[in-house]
Write a protein of this length. Sequence first.
Length: 197
Amino acid sequence: MRLPHLENPRAYQGLFLIDFGDSVSVGYTAAEVALLLEMERFRDSKVYKIHGAYPDGKMELMGVSTRRFLLESGMFFFSRTPEKALADFDALALLATGDQAPSRAKLQLAQVKGAAMPHAVALIYPAEFDAEWSAWLTSTGYRGGESCDGGTSHVAAWYSDANVMNSVQVLGVLDHAVRPLEDLLATVGKPLQRKAG
């Protein structure tokens, strides 16, 4: 794989690289990668997340399964009382809309059927951002719920058992820069997808 020269490699950290087979493009957001992977002609592409980038042009890449872009993961905070869950929801909504969240997400307040602690807050996001959301929650000092669960396996249960009473759409740092599909298709094959930095 031949990587393009980057003027400011560190500005590409957190973005994605796609190896289309006949070309490599750097600088996609996760939402843009997901849009392209929904198309049959790009399903066999290889995707890498840029974890580290250095002034000499070297990059630390981590391969990301294309299937992962179709999965959702989440963190679920359970409480005994509706008051506690509502306070947790409000606190997390304030943090997520006021601070730079790592990715788009759904923040939901619900009552969960059959749960020992039936009042809950869910933060559901693209699975490829598990580590970033975990780090972000730690950095903000958020301490929601009396019990917490997380991961991709819990999302389906949430959708089937939760009676959602309130929901907030969270936009991540890079979600503001997502290009329309027509623009993405017009630039497939170009080495640099955006000027970072």
